[in-house]
Design a binder for this molecule. Structure first.
Ligand SMILES: N[C@@H](CCC(=O)N[C@@H](CS)C(=O)NCC(=O)O)C(=O)O
Length: 339
């Protein structure tokens, strides 16, 4: 590795790895893309959490977690940033990034492991890149180990018959939020892509590849399908940020409604169940019920969003609060008034 280059260690089957790769390309940050082989898994075994992707910095150290990495890169490299300058837009960007990373992935996981056609397609693909057993990469044994490993995780990750109607409905609504608003130079917050665009790109690019969600995407949101393909390499895109009003008139506004209707209620129910020590959280949205296992990481997501909201200055809040209230987000993000 030359001293000025990063090394992104991932898999083409990981939505988070593709998120960070597209971000690095857009930002024109010199990097090499490598697959997480068994040898690299061993070399990065000390990195916590043990997840894909891992970024190796030019000084040799490794770090994971794409949201944290995007913010570190923002502070290290000037120009072509992915966080909007307007703190109000930056906050909405945070909310939308979070929903892509923590909820859209539920649709991806469910479709990947529900149907045997998707299972076969993805386990053959991932078994080449993502060694989970001692069997040779790509071998029939490794393919079957990967499939069994993922299927065994379905219940804990909420991919159940009972949850399917809500998760699938949320996929359709996410596609509908984007479709009328995407275009050659249209991103969530202007004519340049943001961190939220890259998070959605990561999830949607996998959904646009796996057989069942790919068919739904092409049928329901054909322009989004093209938009996703283009965002893979936006190194030639130069654009500007929108105003808050202009951004909310597009897909960002529609997705923010989904944050209020679905994503924040999910985070609140998750945190409540976590602190009560309850084994499951229950969620009812659009008349559809869902039962999920609470996760500590998603408790932290809610805490982080609340901290970021609390750190906004009074002028930003005055512009943002009516928007957050309309979308049903404000009561969850703002602490109750004292007195
Ligand atoms: N929040 C993490 C999520 C990363 C993540 O969940 N990666 C998955 C692959 S898509 C993973 O490594 N799962 C563990 C495994 O399957 O071994 C990020 O943004 O980097």
């Amino acid at each position: 590795m030359t001293p000025d280059r990063y090394r992104l260690i991932g898999s083409t089957a990981s939505p988070y790895a593709l998120k960070l790769r597209a971000l690095l390309r857009y930002r024109r940050i010199p990097h090499d893309w490598v697959i997480m082989t068994r040898a690299l898994r061993a070399a990065t075994a000390h990195v916590r959490p043990m997840l894909i992707p891992v970024l190796q910095f030019p000084d040799g150290r490794y770090q994971g977690e794409t949201t944290a990495l995007a913010h570190v890169l923002e502070s290290l490299h000037a120009g072509r940033g992915v966080i909007p300058d307007d703190p109000a837009l930056a906050f909405v960007c945070d909310l939308l990034e979070d929903m892509a990373d923590e909820w859209a992935v539920k649709a991806l996981f469910l479709y990947r492991w529900w149907d045997t056609e998707d299972q076969a397609y993805v386990s053959r693909w991932a078994a080449e890149e993502w060694s989970v057993s001692e069997a040779p990469p790509g071998s029939a044994e490794e393919i079957d180990s990967f499939r069994q490993r993922q299927v065994s995780r379905m219940t804990i990750l909420g991919a159940t018959e009972a949850n399917r109607p809500l998760i699938e409905e949320s996929y359709r609504r996410m596609l509908d939020a984007f479709e009328p608003h995407v275009g050659m130079r249209r991103y969530l917050f202007g004519s340049r892509p943001s961190l939220a665009d890259f998070a959605w790109y990561g999830q949607l690019s996998e959904l646009a590849t796996d057989p069942t969600p790919m068919r739904i995407l092409r049928e329901r949101a054909p322009m989004l399908d093209h938009w996703v393909r283009r965002l893979d390499d936006a190194s030639g895109v130069d654009g500007d940020w929108d105003t808050l009003e202009a951004a909310l008139a597009g897909a960002a506004g529609r997705l923010l409604e989904l944050v209020g209707e679905l994503y924040l209620p999910f985070l609140v129910a998750n945190a409540q169940a976590w602190f009560e020590g309850a084994p499951q959280l229950r969620l009812s949205v659009w008349g559809l019920d869902c039962t999920l296992t609470p996760f500590r990481f998603q408790v932290k997501c809610l805490e982080r969003l609340r901290e970021r909201y609390a750190a906004l200055d009074a002028g930003t809040r005055a512009r943002l609060d009516p928007v957050l209230a309309d979308a049903g987000c404000l009561a969850t993000l703002a602490p109750p008034e004292a007195g």
